[in-house]
Each structure stands twice: as structure tokens, then as C-alpha cells.
Design a protein around this ligand. Sequence first.
Ligand SMILES: NC(=O)c1ccc[n+]([C@@H]2O[C@H](COP(=O)([O-])OP(=O)(O)OC[C@H]3O[C@@H](n4cnc5c(N)ncnc54)[C@H](OP(=O)(O)O)[C@@H]3O)[C@@H](O)[C@H]2O)c1
Ligand SMILES: *[C@@H]1O[C@H](CO)[C@@H](O)[C@H](O)[C@H]1NC(C)=O
Ligand SMILES: *[C@@H]1O[C@H](CO)[C@@H](O)[C@H](O)[C@H]1NC(C)=O
Length: 372
Amino acid sequence: MALDRRALNFIFSVDFMRMGILWTLAVIFSQLRLLFRGISIKTPAFPRVPPNPSTRPVCIITGATSGLGKAAAHALSMERYFVILAGRSDHLLSKTIEEIKQQQEDAHLKAFQVDVSSLASILNFKNSVQQWLCDLHMHPSIQLLVNNAGILATSRRFTAEGYDKMMGTNYMGAFSMANVLLPLLKNSSKPSRIVNVTSFTHHCVSGAQFDEESLAGRNLQHLSSGKSYPLSRIYEYSKLCVLLFSYELHRQLFLADPSHHISVMAADPGVVRTNIMREVPQSLAELAYTALDLLCVLNSPESGVQSIIDAALAPPEASGHYFFGGKGRTLESTFLSYDPKLSKELWISSNNLLQKAQLTLQKSGEISRTSD
Ligand SMILES: NC(=O)c1ccc[n+]([C@@H]2O[C@H](COP(=O)([O-])OP(=O)(O)OC[C@H]3O[C@@H](n4cnc5c(N)ncnc54)[C@H](OP(=O)(O)O)[C@@H]3O)[C@@H](O)[C@H]2O)c1
Ligand SMILES: *[C@@H]1O[C@H](CO)[C@@H](O)[C@H](O)[C@H]1NC(C)=O
Ligand SMILES: *[C@@H]1O[C@H](CO)[C@@H](O)[C@H](O)[C@H]1NC(C)=O
């Protein structure tokens, strides 16, 4: 195996050590808890309740052109969902639809282009979906949103809103998607749901700030004082934010106002061989996968996606749970993620960021006044 210079630099970086050691320990820790979960009564397993065969609920999956999103699109279309595949590239979207159709001729699939790291793109996406539902004379609502799109960036880049690209995609993208699509989820006559894809790596975050500058990824001081891009810490932090938010939304939508019938779940696929490591030198990604395979913690997308499908099909009372390991099993996430004060702080900062971004778009005329 030839290791080029970039790979060698990477191998001696703090981030590679952190991913190699801490992330591996975190997943082994989760696997061990899975083994011993029989003793704990706090983490139930939930059955799958597929939709009524006379209905065809509509679900949206972000990042549906690769890895877990693609596997989820296939699995949910097998469960009679009309699956809206949301992805960045038209070409990959058509390719994915073709691949699923080859295995399942009668799959109901529709593709829409969206970049979840851009609010303008998300707003356009919502309008296109609404228009499409209207054209097909379908009820103006959706039943399931799977916030799956995510990246592991190895260099600092910025979104149109000026957020760090990884925070903007993994966290603010999921947050904005949930907020912009909430009217359509609320409009569903059947109970509806949001499933957020998170990661065991959130266990590695020891303390973090949730002010606007930190969420936007413009202030990285709280994560690292070094000069290089703290990619592993931003990734973990973005996934902790997803969890805190899932629980906050669960409190606001499911507990405080059960009339909405919107449940919120978090799903963690474990370690899965996908394209997530695309920015990491390939030789190192292969090395990591080989090691993880030897430790028996590496999953295929088809098996990793099981926790996502469990979360999508679990009964509504499973709202607010963290799915891990398939077979309907749930675990407890890190204690930080259950802190209601942090959740509130995160909620307020995220809302402020979203509102500012919306105002900027309105001023620049990129969008007309938001519809609702
Ligand atoms: N693999 C793992 O071990 C693992 C573990 C825990 C959690 N996860 C989480 O699982 C989720 C899916 O990751 P994966 O492993 O399946 O990775 P992947 O194979 O790289 O797939 C990621 C998908 O997200 C899409 N995407 C990225 N940025 C986007 C954007 N701005 N707008 C719209 N779509 C975007 C990608 O689109 P393109 O095809 O156009 O690039 C791709 O379809 C992520 O949230 C990840 O953090 C993964
Ligand atoms: C909700 O559904 C009703 C019809 O049942 C429709 O008139 C209304 O426009 C929908 N609201 C949204 C936000 O789509
Ligand atoms: C999902 O996460 C987004 C932001 O990360 C948040 O807006 C939403 O409330 C969360 N919902 C669930 C069900 O996790």
C-alpha cells in the first residue's frame, strides 16, 4: 500500500489519532452496552409498525444518493413509502433511482435536487415538493423526514450563509430542513415523524458551547486551540447538536403538544463502510476499514441502515429515543445530550441563525417573503 505525503501528514495529525483511538473506543463502548442492555430496563426495544397497506405515505430522505441514505431509500420504498430522494447531484439522483428500480420495479420514487447546506436551496426544495404534491393531487403533507445528509470534511470551507461547511451540512442543514418542512409534517392527517441520523462519536465531546458563533462554526476556539482544522471535533460536535435538538424537538412537539402527532427519533448506524471518508486519503480510509473489520464493528450500508428503519417504523411512543444496533434496540446517548438547558440554548441560537439567514435572503431578493 503506497502512502503518499498527504496520507503521511494525516496519519501524524491529532485528528487521525482521535478518530483512530477515541472513535474506535466509542463504538466498542456502544457495542458492549448493546450486549449488556438486557440488564437495563431504561433502554427498550421497539417493534416495527409498517404503514397500513392501503396507504402510501410520503417520506423525504436527504443525502439519498450514497451509503446509508441510498440504503434507507431502498428499504423504505419496500415498506410502501413514496420516497423522495433529496440529493446534491441530478446525475447521482437518476443513477440511484435506476439502481433501486432494477431491484424493485414497482418502487415509488421521485428525485429533487437540494443542497442542505444552503437555506435558499432548502426553501426552493420545499416549494418544488409542494408543487409536485399538488400536481399529483396528493394531500399537501409529508409523513416522514430522514435527516441523513452529512459529511466528514478535512478542510475548512464555508457555506453560502458563512457557516463552516461541516456544521452547515450536518447540523444547520438538518435543523433548517426540519423547520422548513414542519408545516408539511404538521399537516399530515396521520402521525408524522422526523428521524435524525447521528453518530456514536458524540460520546467524545466533553464540553461545548452552543452560542451562534460556535454553531455556525465560525468560532472553533471551544473545540481546539490548534491552527489546523479540528475535523474530528467538529464532526462529533455536529452530531451532539443533532441529538440535543432531537430531544428538544421531541419535548416541544411530542410531549408539550401531542395534538401534532409528530414524533422525533435519533438513529445511529454504527460504523458503516460508505463514502463518508471520501476526503480522507484513500489508503488511510482502507486501513481504517480493515482495522474496524478486524475488530468486528464494521457494517455494510444494508445492515447499518437497520437502526434508521427501526426509528422510521417504531410506534410513536418511541419518540425521543436513540436507536442503535438494529432489532429495534435503543441505547442511552451521552448525558450531555439530555441536558435540557443546553438543548434550550442550542434551540435559541439555531433559531436566531435561521432567522438571520432568512432575512438576508429576503433582502437580497433571492426568496420572496417565506410562504409560512
Ligand atoms: N458511515 C458511518 O460510519 C457513519 C456512522 C455514523 C453516522 N453516519 C452518518 O450517516 C449519514 C450518511 O452518511 P454516509 O456514511 O452514508 O456517507 P456518504 O456515503 O458520504 O453519503 C452522504 C450523502 O449525503 C449527501 N450530501 C452531503 N452533503 C450534502 C449537501 N450539502 N446537500 C445534500 N446532500 C448532501 C451526499 O451527496 P453526494 O452523493 O452528492 O455527495 C451523499 O448522498 C451522515 O449523516 C453520517 O454522519 C455515518
Ligand atoms: C394543509 O392541508 C390543507 C388541506 O387539507 C391545505 O388546504 C393547506 O394548504 C395545507 N397546508 C400546507 C402548509 O400545505
Ligand atoms: C433533528 O435535528 C434537527 C437539527 O439537527 C432538529 O431541527 C430536529 O428537531 C431534530 N429532530 C429529530 C427528530 O431528531
